[in-house]
Write a protein that binds this ligand. Sequence first.
Ligand SMILES: Cc1ncc(COP(=O)(O)O)c(C=O)c1O
Length: 446
Amino acid sequence: MVEAIRKSTREEREKWLKEAFYNLFNLRSEYVYIDLLTDSGTGAMSDKQWSAMMLGDESYAGASSYLIMKDAIKKLFGFNDFLPTHQGRAAENVLFSVLVKEGDLVPGNSHFDTTKGHIEFRKAKAVDCTIDEAFHPTLYHPFKGNIDLNKLEDVLKNNPKEKIPFVIVTLTCNTSGGQPVSMQNLREVYSLAKGFGIKVFFDSARFAENAYFIKIREDGYQDKTIKEIVKEMYSYADGMTMSSKKDAIVNMGGFIGFSDRKLYEEASVYNIMFEGFVTYGGMSGRDMNALVQGLDEGTEFEYLETRIKQVAYLGERLKKFGIPLLEPFGGHAIFLDAKRFLPEILKEEYIAQTLAVEIYLEGGVRGVEIGTLLADRDPVTRKNRYPELELVRLAIPRRVYTNSHIDYVAAAIENVFERRSQITKGLRILREAPIMRHFTVELDRV
Ligand SMILES: Cc1ncc(COP(=O)(O)O)c(C=O)c1O
């Protein structure tokens, strides 16, 4: 698809920001020139995906689109059973309705916000076992999404087995900067968890980008295809939740993959209640067809290389200008290190959100805060949780922008960097929701 984008003036953007209560989620898309809010559901579908949609089977039960999707999931990931859902968080909702109870612990690597939200909503706790290297923005480590096996073992050893429904590994780890997990780590996590009789699930939104990094960074995988790598990755999991809006390159969709038939049957009850019948979930047949084609295209090396190199192109440009950012560059996004970018702003004034607002004001470029707003309040004390890193994520939609657009983004951020010493005040909250507040929070300038 080719879409028109609209330029705006600084005065217009100042006004729109005020009307949006300094929350970029509240902006109309037409007020945004280059939209890097998310890579989720914002990709451009291919000719083959659009044509596959024409063959969608919209039967309520047993549609051919469902059967095609079942075959594709079995072939790529190795799971016999699956449930379609309307997106990733719906997959979490259905699966966690079966598995997560009050007082449980769910260890993982920097759980994504909806994952954490669904765990905490059930009065359980997400325990972050990511390696310490992930929290050092400039330290090079090829797999900063890895789980620290000692941290994980501590959780598994020191708590009753019944309190730990599963371990969740996020591929790639969005919250810690789009960082991949190595095959060795996946293998070791699975073996450790098995030793304690605990299941492992993969939160799989960017599984193909993770496989790309394994191919180029991990010994022994250079000659394997992305599809072969994916197959091995999922041999170390009991199941998966998937937001298909990322690496399956569709605008909406998700699913849960299962190796355990009994768990599939239990989850089916919730799928029927929350999503739809087991053969369509929250998806139409035509969307399932596009998803199957997207899974195939999204696991082709040439596509992944082009995409991930475009992300790195933005990173290299900003780095040359001395702009502080997270390294190595993520697969789907560049993460600006807001604490070093705006050292004058107090943490109580939402450093990363302040930077995201300034970048929008400068050039109509929309990124997203991955900082204190996203980290939310502690569910017990209700105090702000201040994360180690305050980041602004610039997520690149798949197959949408050219490198000229990327040059424009870099120039806008360079302008903000040049006037950073004049940015001395942040933001304060006027109104917030009790959970996942970042989507709807209303703010004002301090
Ligand atoms: C790692 C990860 N897990 C889960 C989700 C939730 O998926 P969805 O937005 O499709 O509900 C996302 C979405 O961004 C994600 O990045």
